[in-house]
Design a binder for this molecule. Structure first.
Ligand SMILES: NC(=O)N[C@@H](O)C(=O)O
Ligand code: NI
Length: 172
């Protein structure tokens, strides 16, 4: 389980965080603009960009990973509205992910992620309850047509809590 950094996450998408970002004052210096942290890529095939909230009622760390999904037509961002740790279990866009290709990152509770279009990821995993702003795509005419594709994983790697630290140790 690696701490989330912009550089390490680059193959999978963007990190919504001020570390290493372009920052400049705006509005007569009353605010700092932490600029262009990611792109909402949701317009393909007549798509619309949606803002939604995911209200995580409890931590959702699975003990086994049974599937991964991707959104072939859009990016998908999860930004915590408060301090909520997220586990991003990902594999690069492309053919069906192998278990050996999975990578797990854990946020510091403030960071958000924006999965690039087609990035394989596990449905939202959090270590705490709490709300996330979600930015993704709706198809033409429909309120919510999640263009997504799921694949069952051949093996089911175990994501086990490491007693030594609150951050789960990812074991394949
Ligand atoms: N289904 C849904 O809205 N969310 C998933 O795409 C997810 O990545 O959690
Ligand atoms: Ni998704």
């Amino acid at each position: 389980m690696a701490p989330l950094t912009r550089e390490a996450f680059l193959p999978f998408g963007d990190v919504i965080d001020d570390t290493g970002a372009t920052v400049f004052p705006t509005n007569d210096g009353t605010a700092l603009r932490i600029h262009e942290l990611g792109i909402a890529d949701c317009q393909a095939d007549g798509g619309r960009t949606l803002f939604s909230i995911f209200r995580m009622r409890q931590a959702s760390l699975p003990d086994t990973i049974r599937l991964m999904e991707r959104h072939p037509l859009s990016s998908q961002a999860f930004v915590p509205l408060g301090i909520v740790r997220l586990v991003a279990l990902v594999a690069q866009a492309g053919s069906r992910p192998e278990v050996s290709e999975l990578q797990a990152f854990v946020t510091n509770g403030r960071q958000g992620v924006n999965y690039r279009r087609g990035t394989w990821h596990h449905p939202l995993i959090t270590l705490d309850p709490g709300d996330f702003l979600v930015v993704d795509r709706a198809g033409p005419g429909a309120a919510f047509t999640q263009d997504y594709e799921e694949v069952a994983l051949a093996a089911t790697p175990r994501l086990a809590l490491n007693a030594a630290s609150p951050i789960p140790e990812y074991k394949s």
